[in-house]
Design a binder for this molecule. Structure first.
Ligand code: F6P
Length: 322
């Protein structure tokens, strides 16, 4: 392998730039020619593929977002779109890809290999932390800390007014951000999609005199099956008329900002490992870190398989709040 390309795909996450930097610099140090693809699979189809050098990634390790930009591509889901993308790569002699993204991005890379033989190593870039084959995904730690900062601030005003706040955090199908930010933020209750039918019991428990506090914080994962924070707040006020509730939806603030030290280190290790793996001829693997060791999981095992949330954390919170 002589030429590789790096791209970011799907929702951005803090630390993607650190991963791009590590991949590009590792490629240069390994005598590989390296390209950057702008706007993920969209750019692969539109031929937005440019040479990169060590100085293309100077002074970006601390930046949120992605210098390569990102996109969710409907065109790449078609065989025609993938054929154009593969042809653009082949004209440039690119044989290997470092794909920084989530499950949908890995799925695209897997199909591209099956149809056109382009080899890919995936680096887990998503704030959701729901990818199989790694303890943590790039951006999760920063997103949790961003949510936590907001929760701490909301706690101040909740206490001043004796209010019950329902704070909605991101996590399309997963409760990792909710669970971690809820534990760290001292939440009274945490609603996550992995824990079904918890609303009735949480509402009932809130009625117990020992659970009644002057003010409370509840965290709701956006993907919780009970509905969004507004729905849950409404059900609380129906059960306890007179309760002074407020809802706060943190939204995309969680996707931005300077990556934490943990995210920069994770991204750097995985970006470098991905390039070295491509150089060794490996392909169609998701890079990850488990028990502080870099590991590779075949796309066929990782794709479509959600990583479980540590339910003992949820139980611990219930115990602490009981
Ligand atoms: O997958 C990351 C994520 O931030 C989810 O938590 C959220 O549901 C989704 O992306 C939002 O996507 P978009 O930015 O396309 O609205």
């Amino acid at each position: 392998m002589k030429k590789i390309a790096v791209f970011t795909s799907g929702g951005d996450s803090p630390g993607m730039n650190a991963c791009i930097r590590a991949a590009v610099r590792t490629a240069v140090a390994s005598n590989l020619e390296v390209f950057g693809i702008h706007r993920g699979y969209e750019g692969m189809i539109d031929n937005l593929i440019y040479p990169m050098a060590a100085d293309s990634v100077s002074n970006i390790i601390q930046d949120g977002g992605t210098i390569l930009k990102t996109a969710r591509s409907a065109r790449f889901m078609t065989p025609e779109g993938r054929a154009i993308a593969a042809s653009n790569l082949k004209v440039l002699g690119i044989e290997g890809l470092v794909c920084i993204g989530g499950d949908g991005s890995y799925t695209g890379a897997n199909v591209l290999q099956q149809e056109h033989g382009i080899k890919t190593i995936g680096c887990p870039g998503t704030i959701d932390n729901d990818l199989f084959g790694t303890d943590y995904t790039i951006g999760f730690d920063t997103a949790v800390n961003t949510a936590l900062e907001a929760i701490d601030k909301i706690r101040d005003t909740a206490e001043s007014h004796n209010r019950i706040f329902f704070i909605e955090v991101m996590g399309r199908h997963s409760g990792h951000i909710a669970l971690y930010s809820g534990i760290a933020g001292g939440a009274e209750g945490i609603f996550i999609p992995e824990r079904q039918n918890e609303l009735e019991s949480i509402i009932a428990q809130y009625g117990l005199p020992k659970r009644q506090k002057a003010f409370s914080i509840f965290i709701v994962a956006e993907g919780d099956e009970e509905g969004h924070a507004y729905t849950i707040a409404k059900k609380f006020t129906e059960a306890y008329p007179g309760l002074d509730t407020r809802v706060s939806i943190l939204g995309h603030i969680q996707r931005g900002g300077s990556p934490s030290a943990n995210d920069r280190i994770l991204a750097t290790r995985l970006g470098a490992a991905a390039v070295l793996a491509l150089k060794e001829g490996k392909q169609n693997l998701a890079a990850g870190i488990i028990n502080n060791q870099v590991v590779f999981t075949p796309f066929s095992e990782a794709i479509g398989r959600k990583k479980d949330v540590p339910m003992e954390l949820w139980a611990t919170n219930e115990l602490i709040c009981s």
